[in-house]
Design a protein around this ligand. Structure first.
Ligand SMILES: *Cc1c(COP(=O)(O)O)cnc(C)c1O
Length: 395
């Protein structure tokens, strides 16, 4: 009998011949500023561990204590018997932190986006979405079966034109954007979008995965950064990046959260976080408020590293955040740059089409609060040496 899955093998072989096949690098230590991958100690510029919280002693202690007291699993989905006191405390903590009425925590940021968009809209509704929005937003839009209208990246006028065209159309309208875009590190034009949404009666939703813990007072996100409290109806954040653990959340009105408790499918049909995850996240919000110097260090490192890359002559695009791409053009060159950086002790991921447009392939770097200046200097020296060797830099 022939294997009915043989076509998968053929596809994998074609990825190998195109050079887009990805072998997973194995992290053999903690995720930290310097980590061991595949047997090699490298400066890690490829994590989302912005504030170094993956290894923070307070988070570790909280997780260990939760394991001792409550075990390792919650035993059920939230709506059956899997809502622990810790889950409720975390939601209350996040809602207070974000200055909103209520919050619901999902298993991941992906589940938060996909579960929320698909729950609050129907096939009669309309979504106006930035072309570079995250995959989890796109999947949520598709699952909702609402009509999807895509506007060019950060083009507020185009978004408003789409909303205006829909003024007469029946159905609800949702305007949705990432707060920080993950490939270019640029910030979404939220003030303009929120105004457009208000003018046309649309629901305004922001996905702050890369802004949570990074932008706004104590890392409250882009809504706080821009002073838009009360003007964004749905704020999504992640607990998997700067918070250092795992999960996603939605913040908004009490009604929004009650509705999601009843209708968001990942909430209803997938088991809740282990108590250790909820406890560690709770501790992370204490750290955000008690150790603002971490966010200051993150931004100081960001400025230093970005400046180092641009003065060496690299093209870092339009980044405004700790996500700094080094744009080199062709995907093969980006992957070669990434491999050679790794060979010299720096981990930074190569990213090509279709994740970024053709001709805009890049190596993406993310510095963290815990990188030291000597580490950043070493990384910059490696970038410069390899960049010259590959002809990305002149001289
Ligand atoms: C990482 C990311 C997510 C997903 O968050 P997880 O908690 O890792 O599932 C959602 N949206 C954006 C913009 C992201 O960058």
């Amino acid at each position: 009998m022939s294997d009915p899955l043989a076509y998968l093998h053929d596809q994998i072989e074609s990825w190998k011949s195109e050079g887009t096949y990805q072998r997973l690098r194995i992290l053999e230590s903690e995720s930290a500023a310097e980590s061991r991958f595949d047997g090699r100690q490298v400066i890690n510029l490829a994590s989302n561990n912005y504030l170094g919280l993956t290894t923070h002693p307070k988070l570790r202690e909280a997780a260990e204590e939760a394991v001792r007291r409550y075990g390792v699993g919650s035993g059920a989905v939230r709506t059956i018997s899997g809502t622990m006191r810790l889950h409720m405390q975390l939601e209350e903590r996040i809602a207070a932190f974000k200055q909103v009425e209520a919050c619901v925590v999902f298993q991941s940021g992906f589940a938060a986006n996909a579960g929320t968009v698909s729950a609050i809209l129907t096939p009669d509704d309309h979504i106006v979405s930035d072309e570079l929005n995250h995959a989890s937003i796109i999947d949520g839009c598709r699952l909702s079966r609402a009509k999807i209208h895509v506007f060019p990246h950060k083009d507020v006028a185009a978004a408003e034109r789409l909303l205006a065209e829909l003024d007469a159309a029946p159905g609800r309208k949702l305007l949705i954007s990432d707060g920080v875009f993950s490939m270019d590190g640029d910030i979404g034009p939220l003030p303009g979008l929120a105004e457009a949404a208000a003018r046309h009666g649309a629901i305004m939703m922001v996905d702050d995965a890369h802004a949570s813990g990074v932008l706004g007072r104590n890392g409250r996100g882009t809504v706080d950064h821009f002073g838009l409290h009360g003007r964004v109806h749905v704020q999504v954040g992640t607990l998997s990046k700067a918070i250092g653990v795992l999960g996603g959340y939605v913040c908004g009105s009490r009604d929004l959260i009650e509705f999601l408790y009843h209708r968001a499918r990942p909430f209803l049909f997938s088991t809740s976080h282990p108590p250790a995850v909820a406890a560690a996240c709770l501790a992370a919000f204490d750290v955000l408020e008690q150790e603002p110097e971490r966010i200051e260090a993150l931004w100081a490192n960001t400025r230093y590293f970005k400046q180092g890359l641009t003065s060496a002559g690299f093209n870092t695009g339009i980044s405004e955040t700790p996500i700094t791409p080094v744009i080199v053009g062709e995907a093969a060159l980006a992957h070669q740059l990434s491999r050679e950086l790794f060979g010299e002790g720096v981990l930074a991921t190569g990213i090509g089409f279709p994740t970024v447009p053709k001709g805009k392939a890049r190596v993406r770097t993310i510095v963290t609060a815990t990188h030291t200046r000597p580490e950043l200097d070493r990384a910059l020296a490696v970038f410069e040496r390899v960049g010259k060797r590959l002809g990305i830099l002149g001289g």
